[in-house]
Design a protein around this ligand. Sequence first.
Ligand code: PEP
Ligand code: MG
Length: 754
Amino acid sequence: MKAADMSKAVEMSKLFKKIISSRDNISVRLDRAVAMMAEKTQADAAACYLVLDDNYLELFASYGFKSGLNNNISLRVGDGIIGGIAMSKRTTTVENIWQHPDFLYRAEAGEEKYKSFLGTPLIRWGRAIGVLCLYKKELYNFGKDDVEPLETLAMSFAEWAASDEMREYKNAFMAQRGQTVRDRYKGLSLNRGFGIGPAVVHRRRQAVTKIFAEDKQAELERLALAHNRMNSDLDEKFNSSKLGIGEHADILDAYRMFAKDKGWYNKIAGHVEGGLTAEAAVERAYEDMWNRLSATQDTYLKERLHDLRDVADRLLGYLYGDTNEIKTNDLSEMIIVAQTMGPADLMDYDYHKIRALILEDGTPTMHVAIVAKALGIPVVSKIKGIYKEIKNGEMLAVNGDEGIVYVRPSEKVLETFRTKIAERQQQAAQMAELKKLPARTLDKQRINMYINVGLDFDLDYIDATNCDGIGLYRTEIPFMAAEKMPDVEHQIAHYKRLLDKADGKKVVFRSLDVGSDKLLPYWTYSGEENPAIGWRSIRITLDRRAILRQQMRAFIRAAAGKELNVMFPMIANLAEFRDAKETLMLELEKEKRRSQNIPAKVNVGLMIEVPSVVFQLDAVLQEADFISVGTNDLAQFVFACDRTNNRLAERYDVLSVPFLRIMQDIVTKADRAKVLCSVCGEMASNPIEAMVLLGLGYRNLSISGASFGKVKRMVRSADTGHLADYIQTLLDFNQRTLRPQLTAYAHDHGIEIF
Ligand code: PEP
Ligand code: MG
């Protein structure tokens, strides 16, 4: 920032602090802050919008507009220029708003006096929570001198906008407006994918009102009839559904067995003998079981309890004469909204038509979620209150990737979703085709293609891609998702599950890589000046050795009898690698003494992410079983360019001489030392970049599951010999990037990079 802009920014920031710490009420302070902002930037008008309910922007303060406007103007995130800023999280300047395609004229706002506009988002934890706006009457090109001070002010403003004081103020405002209807909900994603369709609200359980039977015999007959009908319907349903084989089919089979279970039936009948109605007896039988099992920590038994609840509900339905015939024939697609649901309930609908499932309560291991997953249905759970608020037929759009549900979505959201859905369908079709084909180049080079795993979902890619294994398991992701530091037992369970899923394929466990942009919610961070080059990753775990030791112990125990591959991130020199490796080896020794059940083989490697280690690579390669290049961090440090800073996003290219020379150096040295060398950074997931890696000599790529198909297509259409020759000719070029040449090369040689 220029000195003049800096001093303007400092002055505004000081004034801002003074205004917000005054004793005036909050709306007065907001207006004063906005007026100050206009005055100091020589703007004719200014405004502050804050995001409410995650979905719309409300005008909370203004200057230069009609009075009485505050708290009376709102717009959706995504709509108009201002909504667009909240959506894109980017500062926007417009010389003439009247000519801007997104400008939404709102007569009530009195914007007609103004022509030029500058808006900047208020960002907190990566989310836009508001927008600051400046206007001028004349045509004016807002430049850097205007943008930078406003963006600086926006940082302090965002902090205030996210404060408790402001939260209370916004809540009070919404309550006063009687606002309860929401149109965007955030929940927990249980299965990826996008879906659009009208809501079908799954019925609630019926309460048992009649407790005592008048005629025991008649009641027993009623029970037997309902039980028989339920079971024959289930047989028919599950036999006729072409569900294939797999965990979901096992679940449905188990459910069917459960429904037929004699012991359960006899318990119910016993309660009827004792004088209860069939309905009350079903409830009593459930309660007996619940009393016995609900305190258990055993997940298997807990799931059984869920099944029992579902079967009991189904039987109650038959007793009430409601046979779960769900009338959705006239719908061609639907989104099911339920408080909770059993796997068989889902099958009451024509599952070909289900575009998404929303559960108010739900966990990833819940059977309905597993079945939905097997059927490729996006699932979002843990959205309190949605079941009551959504009405049958209401249009919904579900983003299963992020766990977001839009109610009555705008045309813009629908359009984005339609594109996503089409993309996914195309990807799935390609993936299914490619899965059967070998990852071999035209010149018969076999490329080992692994996947990167972080979230549970990624595990699905193991089968979907038929990959060679997991080249990078980011263990910090489950740590980040947990509410407290997972203990050794939890970690073991997690890692075991992963190894089971991998089913003998190679798995590379990376030790905890937290800090910088990956924060653990239960840790307090001291707020470093430069977190990306601060106390993070291996630096933390070497200093907090107990964490590293525990993780190593968990790896060793989880991989008992199997091959264990451990990789350390952010290693800067040989000493650090030795130190980390020694911790693993000590744990291995301890485990040997404790039990004979240790991993069959242990391979220890490191990530090449910090440039210094490249200068000591020959020595490191003597002691490492494998290396993997983390191009995301390596590029950030090689170019001294923050990987999270949007402004720098396109400034430096990995497809440029300095970076490619480093990459070539690494693989050449590793090949010479006969040490396995892979790339697990994003470079391997981008087809054109991965193409260059092949040309440089890389034969092991670890790719994000979603990009696997694209990269495999590239691999199968490339000739590594040709590529190697061509890339050598480029290494003396001086351009900022070699991307245009490489794209043209791919195009001319029929290499599929799109
Ligand atoms: C990398 O830095 O390239 C890498 C794979 O690690 P992460 O992206 O998790 O930092
Ligand atoms: Mg990294």
